[in-house]
Design a protein around this ligand. Structure first.
Ligand code: SAH
Ligand code: SF4
Length: 335
């Protein structure tokens, strides 16, 4: 698909054709299964100051928490008992020896509690190669790090000067080099974002060759500098654009894992189901202990639950990205 075609699909009302096409591709590749990732929001302590995020360090209205050992164990056990195939440990970005060790321990703890059955995904921001390696060596196999936008100019507008676009890309390439199943993604509807930017985002995801992707609407948070800046699209448009982005990505990258995100469900609960119909094959229900959950507010009115009764859920399956599997087989052909 050319950039022009992508822009046309994003712009015009060709949804029926697009969604049908994407649904067919999905059936032929990843199939009808929906994989579960148990999302554990480990901590909302963050040393970064991203202009869009409610957890940014300058937001002094946040009650900061970090789950204790028992709460982490509870969350992992909940995931096991409810037949999840994988957990995602997400947190603010902290760069310290203590944090690195804490994550190492959680990775080990997850493996011990689940007899190695639960795949561990980390989403703890930009870290050094050495830190990523330490986590990988303990058994974390997947990492999520969004580029947020593939436009260098827009990236600059939504981040403080110390967060650099090139470093983010380098971090993603480091993750791939180490051997992580690597996920990235973007926010949709950022102030000053254009349809062209979104088309470029899709081509960028293909170029960098992600194994997994999470894309969701940007949702303003009151205590952030970006709040009040006009969003690129209104709320309904943003929801539809997110669905189009997911459908297009499924066509562009048939064998990757694509998440139907919480942010999408926050704007429109039905849209998450629609996202699955048109290309997504992963959902990430939140299993953070309920008392802590309300403090992990990346954006306002964050949705916290989902009725999964309507999908074919892949219980007890890790749901490795087919694309990643194919890459591994290329590198180490089975005899
Ligand atoms: N600190 C880690 C992980 C937590 S943030 C990191 O930054 O990678 C996880 C994701 O939440 C970010 O990548 C961003 O895309 C999303 N997010 C943050 N603020 C948001 C907002 N206002 N609207 C929508 N998504 C947001
Ligand atoms: Fe911190 Fe991640 Fe929010 Fe940026 S997006 S402020 S790194 S939690």
């Amino acid at each position: 698909m050319t950039k022009n075609e992508i822009v046309n699909y994003l712009n015009a009302g060709q949804d029926e054709e697009l969604f049908d096409r994407a649904a067919k591709v999905k059936t032929q590749t990843v199939g009808a299964k929906v994989y579960l990732r148990a999302l554990i929001e480990l901590s909302n302590v963050c040393a970064c100051d991203c202009l869009y995020c409610g957890l940014r360090k300058s937001n002094d209205k946040v009650v900061r928490y970090t789950l204790d050992n028992q709460q982490i164990e509870e969350s992992i056990k909940y995931a096991i008992e409810n037949k999840y195939g994988s957990v995602v440990i997400q947190s603010g970005e902290v760069i310290s020896q203590k944090f690195t060790e804490q994550i190492e321990k959680i990775v080990t703890q997850t493996q011990n509690l689940s007899n190695g059955k639960l795949a561990v995904t980390l989403s703890c921001g930009q870290q050094s190669e050495q830190t990523y390696r330490r986590w990988f060596d303990k058994g974390a196999s997947r990492y999520l790090l969004r580029i947020e936008t593939s436009s260098r100019e827009l990236f600059k507008k939504i981040h403080p000067p110390n967060i650099k676009f090139d470093n983010r890309i380098e971090a993603l390439q480091t993750l791939q080099k180490i051997g992580f199943q690597t996920g990235s993604g973007v926010m949709i509807g950022l102030p000053n974002q254009t349809i062209e930017n979104l088309a470029d985002d899709l081509l960028w995801l293909r170029k960098i060759d992600v194994d997994m992707c999470g894309m969701g609407p940007y949702i303003p948070h009151q205590q952030t500098p970006l709040y009040g800046k006009q969003r690129a699209f209104d709320q309904n448009q943003t929801v539809v654009l997110t669905l189009r982005m997911i459908a297009l990505l499924r066509i562009l990258m048939p064998d990757i894992n694509i998440a139907a995100t919480t942010a999408l469900a926050t704007l429109d609960p039905i849209a998450r189901a629609k996202a699955i119909q048109v290309g997504a094959n992963v959902i990430m229900p939140n299993v953070t202990p309920p008392n802590q959950r309300s403090y992990y507010n990346l954006y306002d009115n964050k949705a916290t639950d989902l009725d999964v009764s309507q999908f074919e859920i892949a219980y007890n399956e890790q749901g490795t990205s087919q694309r990643y599997q194919a890459k591994c087989e290329l590198n180490h052909p089975q005899k």
